[in-house]
Design a protein around this ligand. Structure first.
Ligand code: RB5
Length: 150
């Protein structure tokens, strides 16, 4: 899978750790940074990552900040993006199975490193169930038009 990953200054260690996991698992990684010691505003990184997912250039996105909250709020502004901010593996499974989430957000200040790796593994390996969930996701997607007053 081609996956974009990015973080702000609150999460370079996790970005690096998850990037290594992804590469070891054979994924292609687009790394938006930032490196330790660099400052970055999370909306800037979230926008870049979300646009790569929305355009189809990347299949999934992983955006990490202090809490994951800022990244998810910003990423969800981009039409076509369904970003989930979470901290437990059950939610990681269900955001894929029920919501067809395409961007995973979490916080380096919130989740432990083993949990972070598990969130990513579950997020990437769980398929969307479709069925009764498909119409609901279509309703989410229909809300995208409102973002620009369409
Ligand atoms: C940066 O200090 C912090 O506010 C940011 O990483 C994030 O937690 C925002 O949601």
């Amino acid at each position: 899978m081609k996956i974009v990953i990015g973080c702000d200054h609150a999460a370079p260690e996790y970005r690096e750790m998850i990037k290594e996991e992804l590469l070891a698992a054979g994924h292609e990684v687009v790394d938006l940074g930032v490196e330790k010691g660099e400052k970055a505003d999370y909306p800037d990184i979230a926008e870049k990552g979300a646009r790569l997912v929305a355009s189809g250039a990347c299949e999934r996105g992983i955006l990490i900040c202090g809490t994951g909250i800022g990244m998810s709020i910003a990423a969800n502004k981009i039409p076509g993006v369904r970003a989930a901010c979470l901290s437990d593996p059950t939610s990681a499974r269900l955001c894929r199975a029920h919501n067809d989430a395409n961007v995973l957000c979490f916080g380096q200040r919130i989740v432990g490193s083993e949990t972070a790796k598990e969130l990513v593994a579950v997020f990437l390996s769980t398929p969307f169930e479709g069925g009764r969930h498909a119409g609901r996701v279509m309703k989410i997607n229909a809300l995208d038009g409102e973002k620009h007053g369409a």
